[in-house]
Design a protein around this ligand. Structure first.
Ligand SMILES: [Zn+2]
Length: 963
């Protein structure tokens, strides 16, 4: 980095403060970065959410203004100083800037209070925070001053050193394939983490050159990878979740045109060197003794497409400041506005996407493919015959097993890339320990050997999908807890015992010298349960000690034969016998498990995968969507009635909130719901969750995402939304296929009109149930109340509805007439037929359940198909029909209020059914297709929605979702 650039950057950071913003004494260049520069004095100080425009008043500052003490603010914020000798020191300063400012301000405020210059009633902490989050422009307060300061300083430093500014867009691909090719959670995690690690290499190269403020997306302040690199990360476990997205946006200074090519080259070669470093260390560590290693290095080199596109910032600059204002004013009442920035951003984005597809695929040699990805030729696959190849991999595996390494499973043969992925968790452990700075450290392989063979380090323990599955308490365990017969107490909360507790108890006993126990159950059955648990501990200990702890041993189907037991370890029965594990051991384990099952039932075998992301995020960032009129973001009426343009400063403000979501919110909520978080970057989330928690976790995540203000921080705001896919699936379903299915579900949620949740339930026998719903149905108790009303016929039917109802409707509804009135009557009849309510409140309860089902149905996303219309003899444009339908069904976050509510459905059922949504649809269709036909289509839609509601209840019951 040029030293003048660095000095200019430092200077610029001290140039602006809230007092100057308040008095309007800021440089023109600062004003020019407003969304619409306005003149005048503010009467109150507020922030407007950068997307939703929801207001948050800064009360203490406003209070001071009202007292006419504007000058006091100058005294609080003046003279803040710092120095930095190099870019690393600056990075630390920048990372901690908000906290440092807050401390500084708070001290000053306390002093001024003592001196009597400030009202004693002023809350020092709050006022200090308000000043840290002060608006960059008090008349158009749509972003805070620290967000603008980043861009301002970058521009200033470039100007002073005669540099040209460029937008740089970086992208690494492919992503989905690389992550999705996974056999275990370890692979899944390694794939996404490795991508994050590699992308971060580009980021590191950029910030070392231009400062951390130059990276717009992802925002670096508080990013664990960044904090780790500069030595400020307190909790290293935060590194575990890769929250680095695969796209990066930065604003960089260019002094000579040639240096651009140079930068591109450096980024590329750094990433490739890292990748090769990991691969070579893997090769060494595993002791791979195949030939032709150079060819494999080539596969590694060519796998990722690294795209870097640049656009000069100069093309944006003319529309800043007065010009922007004039431009927007002349637009006046005219429709939409797109400024240079949003257009440029879109072009840049599309260019990177386009270029990243342009690259040629590496020509693959002929041969046997990798068993993990099925894409590349396996190591040795191009030169060896099938049996020789299999034998060599088998030898390699046995060799590794004898060293206590189980990274490669029986019958596996890997390509260079998948080998690197398998090894990655070991590299990660060293990196996290701070013992290597990068993967191409020469002695990496040696260190890995040393560390892992002497057990100085352990590989991150990955929870398998079954471990996540068994975190769900069984129904029996829940009942026992309710009856105080058997439970555990943790954090002073009484909760049911899970099979996961049992597993952890065994692990604890294994690692403890004294073989002590971990689980301390309470309740009347506690002592007999503990006895059974002790038996299991003893029975599995040879297995867990000689091989490794494996949860799947707890599933009795894996204990049928010695071979089925061996299979979960990727071994065969001979391997087990060699280790002294025979049928006696197997039967002992089986017996102990059966005894425990007597208490709490079988260990759960289904888990859920959750994948979600923000809706239309690209459009939000480019300003083509979700942006309100300028007026809504301003404090005066002078702003014209045009959409607020998205400028780089607003963009920075938005990406700061995304970083808060990914780094803070997602990990915390995932933990609270016992989920194993694989990835959280930008607006993307990917996690493995116990089935009973998945829906609630997803619901809460999107709720958090849509928060406007949280104290002085903000999230994406109430006008935004997320879509998600949840798949509940059997633990033996191949992971790559489950991942593909959950991707499809997320896509389905988007296709249905966004702001939705698609849930799929894939049974072990291959049945697949799918349903897409509005988030809203999980916002009140209706769905949970209804869930509690169902019992299977073997259970106590008192006050309940039989689950037969679900089957009757699921398989019968298609034959009902296409007439909304008749359908509702039939639904009521079916509830009546299958329920058993007390006579005196019979009518009331039936009505209640009918309402609940209709409420769920109302929130089911449904579309009609052309074929269905044809069958009804209707020939009309199916697109327009569906548009009318979704106009009623789909919840649009940009509208302030949803169309109706549970209460409205209740009153419609009680008073006049015409008020139900389905008649609204019918009414809308009448204009399109005429009365009778409209009724038929509405009937068809209602049937689909009722079927959907019943499917949802069925799925949620299987997932054991409880209120
Ligand atoms: Zn592969």
């Amino acid at each position: 980095m040029k030293s003048e650039y660095f000095n200019a950057l430092l200077e610029a950071y001290l140039e602006i403060n809230p007092s100057e913003i308040l008095s309007g004494q800021v440089p023109d260049d600062w004003k020019a970065l407003s969304s619409f520069p306005l003149e005048g004095e503010p009467t109150k100080i507020t922030l407007k959410h950068p997307i939703s425009s929801k207001e948050k008043e800064l009360t203490e500052t406003t209070h001071i203004l009202a007292e006419g003490k504007k000058n006091v603010i100058k005294e609080i914020v003046g003279d803040f100083d710092f120095s930095a000798q190099n870019i690393e020191e600056f990075a630390k300063f920048w990372n901690d800037l908000p906290e440092k400012l807050q401390e500084f301000y708070k001290d000053r405020i306390e002093n001024l209070k003592k001196e009597g210059k400030l009202d004693a009633s002023i809350d020092s902490e709050t006022l200090a925070k308000e000043l840290v989050h002060f608006p960059a422009d008090s008349l158009i307060p749509d972003h805070d001053w620290l967000s603008r300061l980043d861009l301002y300083a970058t521009i200033k430093a470039a100007e002073k050193t005669g540099a040209k500014l460029y937008f740089l867009r970086f992208k690494i691909s492919p992503v989905q394939g690389f992550i999705g090719n996974a056999r275990t959670e370890r692979d899944l995690w390694a794939g996404s983490h490795m991508l994050g690690y590699l992308t971060y290499q580009a980021i590191s190269e950029i910030w070392h050159e231009y400062g951390p403020q130059a990276v717009i997306f992802p925002h670096l302040r508080g990013q664990p990878f960044f904090e780790f690199e500069i030595g400020l990360l307190e909790d290293k476990d935060e590194l575990e979740i890769a929250n680095i997205p695969n796209k990066v946006l930065a604003i960089i200074s260019v002094w000579e045109r040639e240096s651009l090519e140079d930068l591109k080259g450096r980024i590329e070669s750094k990433i490739i060197r890292e990748l090769k470093g990991i691969f070579n260390a893997a090769w060494e560590f595993y002791g791979v003794n195949f030939e032709k290693k150079n060819i494999y290095e080539k596969t590694i080199e060519k796998y990722f497409t690294i795209t870097i596109e640049l656009i000069p910032f100069e093309e944006v600059k003319p529309v800043f400041g007065k010009l922007l204002r004039d431009y927007l004013t002349t637009l006046g009442q005219k429709a939409s506005v797109s400024t240079y920035y949003s257009e440029l951003f879109m072009i840049l984005d599309q260019l990177t996407d386009f270029r990243s597809r342009e690259f040629e695929k590496v020509k693959q040699p002929e041969g046997f493919k990798c068993t993990l990805c099925g894409e590349h030729v396996a190591i040795g696959g191009d030169v060896l015959g099938y049996f020789e190849l299999r034998m060599k991999w088998e030898d390699l595996r046995k060799n590794l097993n004898s060293r206590g390494i189980y990274d490669i499973k029986s019958k596996e043969r890997l390509c260079p890339l998948c080998l690197a992925k398998r090894f990655y968790p070991r590299f990660y452990a060293l990196w996290k320990a701070g013992d290597v700075k990068s993967a191409y450290d020469e002695d990496l392989a040696r260190k890995v050997k040393e560390y892992f063979e002497d057990k100085i380090l352990n590989v991150k323990r990955f929870e398998s999908v079954s471990e996540v599955a068994i975190k769900r308490p069984t129904r029996k365990a829940v009942d026992l807890c309710k009856e105080s017969k058997l439970y555990v107490t943790g954090n002073s909360l009484k909760r049911p015992i899970t099979w996961y507790d049992i597993f952890m108890d065994i692990l604890e006993a294994l690692s403890s010298k004294y073989g002590g126990s971990f689980l301390n159950p309470g309740g009347t059955l506690a002592s007999s349960f503990s006895e059974a648990l002790r038996k299991l501990r003893t029975a599995v200990s040879p297995l867990f000690k000689k091989l490794s702890p494996n949860i799947e041993v707890l599933y009795k189907e894996n204990l049928r034969t010695l071979d089925s037991l061996a299979k979960i370890y990727g071994l065969n029965s001979t391997d087990l016998m060699e280790k002294g594990i025979n049928d006696r051991v197997r039967l002992d384990v089986l017996e102990a498990i059966l005894e425990l099952e007597e208490f709490i039932g079988e260990p759960p075998k289904y888990y859920a995968i959750l994948k979600m992301d923000g809706d239309n995020m690209g459009k939000v960032i480019s300003g083509t969507k979700a942006v309100k009129p300028l007026r809504d973001y301003s404090l005066t009426e002078n702003a014209p009635d045009v959409p607020r343009p998205v400028t780089p400063t607003v963009h920075i403000a938005i990406t700061r909130s995304l970083s808060k979501f990914a780094v803070e919110k997602v990990p915390n909520l995932s933990k609270a719901h016992r989920a194993e978080l694989i990835y959280a970057g930008g607006d993307d989330v990917f996690a493995i969750v116990p089935t009973d928690q998945a829906v609630q976790l997803a619901y809460e995540l999107q709720k958090e995402f849509r928060k406007d203000w949280e104290k002085f921080d903000y999230l994406q705001g109430s006008t935004r939304s997320m879509s998600a896919g949840i798949l509940a699936v059997y633990y033996k379903e191949p992971l790559y296929s489950a991942v593909r299915k959950v991707n499809e579900l997320e896509h389905l949620a988007k296709e249905s009109g966004r702001n939705a949740l698609a849930i799929g339930y894939l049974t072990h026998s291959g049945n697949y149930y799918v349903i897409t719903v509005n988030w809203r149905i999980f916002s009140d108790d209706a769905v949970y109340d209804l869930l509690r009303s169902f019992v299977s016929e073997t259970e106590n039917m008192k006050e309940k509805i039989s689950t037969r109802f679900l089957y009757e409707v699921l398989y019968g509804v298609d034959r009902w007439p296409n007439d909304p009135d008749a359908i509702i009557q039939l639904l009521r009849y079916e509830i009546m037929r299958h329920s058993n309510f007390r006579k005196e409140e019979h009518e009331e309860r039936i009505l209640e359940k009918l309402t609940e089902i209709l409420w769920i149905a109302r929130n089911v996303r449904a579309k009609v198909e052309e074929k269905e219309l044809n069958e009804l003899g209707i020939s009309t444009d199916v697109g327009r029909v569906n548009e009318a339908i979704s106009g009623v069904i789909v919840d649009d976050p940009e509208k302030d209020k949803p169309l109706d509510s549970f209460e409205k459905v209740i009153s419609a059922i009680k008073e006049s059914e015409e008020k139900l949504w389905i008649f609204e649809i019918q009414e809308k269709l009448r204009g399109l297709v005429g009365g009778d036909v409209a009724k038929s289509i509405a009937g068809l839609v209602l049937k689909k929605q009722i079927k959907g509601a019943v499917t949802l209840i069925k799925i949620l019951r299987e997932m054991e979702v409880r209120a």
